[in-house]
Design a protein around this ligand. Structure first.
Ligand code: GUN
Length: 279
């Protein structure tokens, strides 16, 4: 029977550590969240982020923009937030409406305030293994989960399913930097199971329910489920959780796995951003 990695408990521990550091310091970290349109899931996530900020002693402000906001208006808001010395972190909630150029928006955020780690400078620093990068929250949270079970990636085969800029690519980079052999698979991969069955650590971030079944996993593998799929009003991941319990050594649940970790790492990144800006 697989051991369940409790992301909720681990995220609370990390959030408490950040809260303690903020309480001990003279810093007043402030996260500005930009929310465009009325996507209900995005509103829910932003609400959770605000609540987590409050609990940790991080100030937060939410800038709600109409669905039909222009690129120029959004860029003007980013410029204001870049110049506001009381704002340390800027997060533009995804997905953005199609008429907006996401890459231009993330490229406009001051890298030191880019708590998502999506700015090309942060992506570059991370890829080169250089210090000073703000690291994307979800993959950073997955690394914390592996650390919590004292898992050493060096020499292990990590298979990542999904190649997004938000999860798959930075996740692969972090695993590579930790000394793993990394295989990245994605929607065009032929014979996916051939790769997933070789994984010592299987990280799945696709958004497709039951994509990974027990026959696709090596016995004893660590399986990290980053997927979130709505089934009715229930949330499920990308893996067949019940089936994998018999095969995996460790498994993350959905909900209560990677999701809370992402928020904890966002709070941690906001503190890091505030520290970088105050020298
Ligand atoms: N939407 C889903 N995941 C994320 C994330 O990590 N960052 C942002 N900004 N939006 C998201």
């Amino acid at each position: 029977m697989a051991t369940i990695i409790d992301g909720k408990a681990l995220s609370e521990k990390i959030r408490a550590e950040v809260a303690e550091e903020i309480a001990r310091s003279a810093l007043k970290p402030h996260l500005a969240v930009v929310l465009v349109g009325d996507d209900p899931a995005s509103h829910t996530y932003v609400g959770m982020k605000e609540k987590a900020c409050r609990a940790a002693g991080v100030l937060s402000s939410v800038h709600k923009l109409n669905l039909d906001v222009t690129q120029a208006e959004l860029m003007a808001l980013i410029a204001d937030l870049n110049h506001d010395e009381f704002v340390h972190g800027i997060l533009v909630q995804l997905p953005l409406p199609r008429h907006l150029d996401q890459m231009a928006v993330f490229g406009a955020i001051r890298p030191e305030k880019d708590v998502d780690g999506f700015h090309p400078q942060n992506v570059g620093l991370l890829n080169l293994g250089l210090p000073g990068a703000l690291v994307p929250c979800t993959p950073a949270g997955v690394m914390e989960m592996l650390k919590s079970i004292s898992y050493t990636l060096k020499g292990k085969h990590v298979v990542v399913v999904g190649r997004s800029n938000v999860v798959g690519k930075p996740m692969s980079t972090l695993a590579l930097l930790a000394g793993a052999t990394v295989t990245i698979t994605h929607r065009y991969t032929e014979n996916l199971a051939v790769y997933t069955r070789q994984a010592d650590v299987l990280i799945v971030a696709v958004g497709k329910r039951d994509l990974i079944t027990a026959d696709m996993v090596k016995p004893g593998a660590v399986v990290i489920d980053v997927g979130t799929n709505k089934v009715g009003n229930k949330l499920v991941g990308d893996v067949d959780f019940a089936g994998l319990q018999e095969v995996a050594s460790h498994l993350t649940p959905v909900p209560g796995g990677v999701g809370p970790m992402t928020i904890a790492l966002l709070i941690k990144n906001t503190l890091q951003a505030a520290k970088m800006q105050h020298g």
